[in-house]
Ligand binder design. Sequence first.
Ligand SMILES: NC(=[NH2+])NCCC[C@H](N)C(=O)O
Length: 684
Amino acid sequence: MSDEIPEVLEERTNSAEKQVMEIEDELDKLAKGDLSYVGDPRLDKLLSDNEKLKHRLAVLENAIEKEKRGSTSAVVIKKPKILPTLVTDINSVDGTFCILDELINIFTLGITSAYPDLEDPPVNITLSGNNPKFGDYQCNSAMQISKLLKDRDVKTNPREVANNILNKTPTSPLVSKTEVAGAGFLNIYLNKQFAEHILNYILKFGVKPPPVKQQRIIVDFSSPNVAKEMHVGHLRSTIIGDSICRLLEFLKHDVMRINHLGDWGTQFGMLIAHLQDMYPDFKTHSPPIADLQAFYKESKKRFDEDEEFKKRAYACVVQLQAGQPDYIAAWKLICNVSLQDFQTIYDRLNIKIVPRGESFYHSRMMTDVKELKEKGYLEEDEGRLIMWPNPDNHDGIPLTIVKSDGGYTYDTSDMSAIKQRVQEEKCDRFIYVTDVGQYTHFVLIDACARRAGILSNDQRLEHVGFGVVLGEDKKKFKTRSGDTIKLRDLLDEGLKRALDKLIEKGRDKVLTPEELKQAQEAVAYGCIKYADLSHNRINDYVFSFDKMLDDKGNTAVYLLYSLTRIRSIARTAQISIEKLMEEAQKSGIKLNDETEWKLGKVLLRFPEVILKVSKELYIHSLCEYLYDICSAFTDFYDKCYCVEKDKSGNIVKIFYERLMLCEVTAKVMQKCLNILGLTTVSKM
Ligand SMILES: NC(=[NH2+])NCCC[C@H](N)C(=O)O
């Protein structure tokens, strides 16, 4: 076998090693108390990059080992690469077509045929940005390839490489032209007929999801704790998690929406003991516990102050864990009070979620702990049983699987949960939506589940982390009196503010009372959701009704209003959708004006944006896209008449093709808003 391969691998290993060292340096600083990184979104990224790089390093080192061992074998059989098949006929594609993916295919062919000796050459395609001078998309691979060649002592420069690629790149009905520009960029211009074809498809058949391999995906979100306040952090998890589910459901995945409620643990001992005292006949007469938080506080006070009560509380835990029916009944009762409370919030926000709390894993935890123990994964530590991801490396913190009093923990339930999700639910993807503070918890669960053989190499836990909710004073979000904000009050205030806003705009004079109420709810809940979703989730986020109810800028109010305006254009011209479709049979959308062409190109990006967000789970990209559509639409509508009227307001000409473009815009916007969980209204 040639010596060349280990050399390349060694080089890659060196570079990966260097990156690991750099990141470890940063982490080191952090460990030494350099707090400037805390709460910084870059930290989260560094930590996850570090994990990935370590993994890659291990893979590469393994490969070197293998190569070294096998270096006596004589023949190398190069696996033939499976090259992509390209689109040759416009009519063979529909509205679900991802342009970026096809461009990657086209340039993969171009680059591999220009440089057949390069293994896995970089194929780097991006959107060109706003300047039409740079085309619609750009291929930036020439610089990287030129560098790779130089490292192998091949004399060349990026422009030459770009020209070579261009010569070998097959033509495509998607692309009108490609040019070499600047230092070696390849500027790609899309073909208008192709774009028109796709938009006409969407006009006829609606917005359909791009085809992807169907997966079974679990999304663990919301997950408040029984008998405690569901706080703004849980609200973020609820909103982000729901939107992720909607997106994945749109892509036709089999999505499990799971509410991993904190409904198990020693706190139930004192709650049950208190319940027995306060409502001795709780089994026959459902006690009127309206305020479970107050009930919790009372029982906690007794627990802390009354030794006798404390003892009883512990005894209750034992009975509960043993499955004693009376105790199970008491526990269920308490859980149901909380659950009903949570459900009112879900109903108001139109969110579906299935409760499956920590208690669900109770019996599984017993068997799972036994198994972990038997397989030697657990170690004793001051009476506890702990688990390290790597038995030879005790840096950082381990999982606590069994407490010194024999009880199980949050860690235990998450180990059992991941096992259940892999082995019983047979999920392909595992998504957890919590605050960034739990990042290390999930890294540990992932690593330990891998060590225990629960997760295989191609499976991983995905933590969708988000920052803290802050008040307008940039401090922790509290009421004026310093109490935590009740979600119900927050939603009520949203409703009130939304109504004020609509009245301020005089909408109460134009809308029927029913329309006004629909608009009020759509605006109130929409603005709370959108403000959360439109920010990069990793960052802390400032909760401000004034900002979220602004009708300018990237806000729900602006978007919802824009959509109703677009929808009203055909309506005021009294053109029915049937009439529009009839006209579409004759001509279809034409993108003649520069602003029409621009709007058309933004609309074409829908599948690309959806696919990207479904991989990375950063919903704000979808919000930015929605805002891009609105901006492009405004430019178009300012410049192009859809309906021409004479001086006395009579319609003299109707531009059907433009009304069709309005319709497609509305369809795409509507779909995006649905995915974000916003309710749209026809009038507001
Ligand atoms: N599988 C999980 N750990 N899900 C998240 C649970 C969130 C937890 N109940 C909390 O309030 O912080």
